[in-house]
Design a protein around this ligand. Sequence first.
Ligand SMILES: C[S@@+](CC[C@H](N)C(=O)[O-])C[C@H]1O[C@@H](n2cnc3c(N)ncnc32)[C@H](O)[C@@H]1O
Length: 372
Amino acid sequence: MTDTSTAVPPRDEDDRAGRADHADHADRDAFDVLAALPARHRLMMLTMGRVVAPVVWALTELGVPDRLADGPLPVGELARGTGTHEPTLLRLLRSAASFGVFAEEPDGRFRLTPMSRFLRADAEQSVRDLVLMNGTELFWRPYEAILHTARTGRPAFDHVFGTSLFEYLEDRPDLAGLFHRAMTAASRRGSAAVAAVLDLPPGARVADVGGGQGYLLAEVLRRHPGCRGLLFDRPAAVEDARDFLAGRDLADRTECVAGDFFTEVPGGCDAYLLKHVLHDWDDDDAVRILRSVRRAAGDDGRVHVIEMVTGELNTLDVVRLLDIDMLVSAGGRERSAGEYQRLAAAAGLRLTGRRAAAGTTVLEFRAEVSAG
Ligand SMILES: C[S@@+](CC[C@H](N)C(=O)[O-])C[C@H]1O[C@@H](n2cnc3c(N)ncnc32)[C@H](O)[C@@H]1O
């Protein structure tokens, strides 16, 4: 058998003839292309997402999107810059280009596309850290045991790693750092809009519970200049948050407190935010967290639950996929606004407001105070 592993694949006539089409295709939305396929073919392409995700992850991990920031490059130059095997890098790039992530020019150079621009580290609304996180053992290996989850309803993560996601992160500062950077990347999208719709009393003290690196809190304090902030999270996140908030000149308006929201949440704030926290937990744990926050908020405080809520059935909805991610990795779930309302009621909170903000929903609750 001929060993072709080090040979650059031949650029034959077929290859060249197809290239102009490929360049056109690259600027069409890959999902439109998928929608036009016959059902069987479409199904197979969907299940081949198994290949697409790690290819995009590998190219991102290798720094290819950043190297293409100034314009198209030949694969040889990309291979030298990334320390990779040129013929293999070509195959990886071509497979990503077949989904419109990168494009091959008629002269054989590769360039960014509207999708891969978001893989650059310095892109506005970059998803680089999210893609890098999704390719780590944290969110990849649990899927090996999805049948365990299907049979038991329990998170595959715990089955595979012998511990829960957040406990695992405590012992892996490298992965915890990436996890929190990825959460911040996700927060960049909607936080300004959330801050704009929050109904806060003037001069309020605002706590962000499970606030990660502090991106949302910083946006809230920017939007509400008279307010002060408290960030509450596990120790690893709080250290990052201190640096992040100091970097935004907010050190003197904020306090960062490490702790466990199942035990106690600091009291004395006028408003408590819980953004993308409850979806990590099953109903019983979500009610325990809400009860801790209800106790901290007292009878007068406001509690704002900020989540992407589930929408219509049978529609293409990323929340339905995140629901499975939450289930498999942490035993959590995505919920409808009504489901959040029921959990809050079980913790002694009544709904007092609901606002939409850039793909997320802000539900405002106050304490249910019994008369007399
Ligand atoms: C999905 S992240 C959301 C982070 C942030 N609110 C955001 O929207 O980007 C969930 C957060 O809950 C924190 N967390 C998990 N368990 C916790 C606990 N027992 N006590 C306090 N925070 C916890 C995590 O460290 C993480 O920052």
